[in-house]
Design a protein around this ligand. Sequence first.
Ligand code: ZN
Length: 88
Amino acid sequence: MVDSNQSRRTGAKPTKGLLTGLLVCYFCEQPMYYQPSKARGKLYRYYQCASRKHTAISADDLESLMEQEFLEAFGELPVRERVLVPGE
Ligand SMILES: [Zn+2]
């Protein structure tokens, strides 16, 4: 029995960065691409600009940061907590 879906692989793409196509390098204004790299068995996730001259950024940090900004920009979240900061 042949399952055509399983027997045929449609070009497995590497995991795409969440922000690929959205980010532009601060310095050279080139688009930034997701650049995962493996070192000592650990996967490091970065974004790097197209010129490859500029320092990559931790994808995890960036994505969580963007996620926050996105939520703040597009959603009045009812579950959002109001945090009182003492001292001001
Ligand atoms: Zn750059």
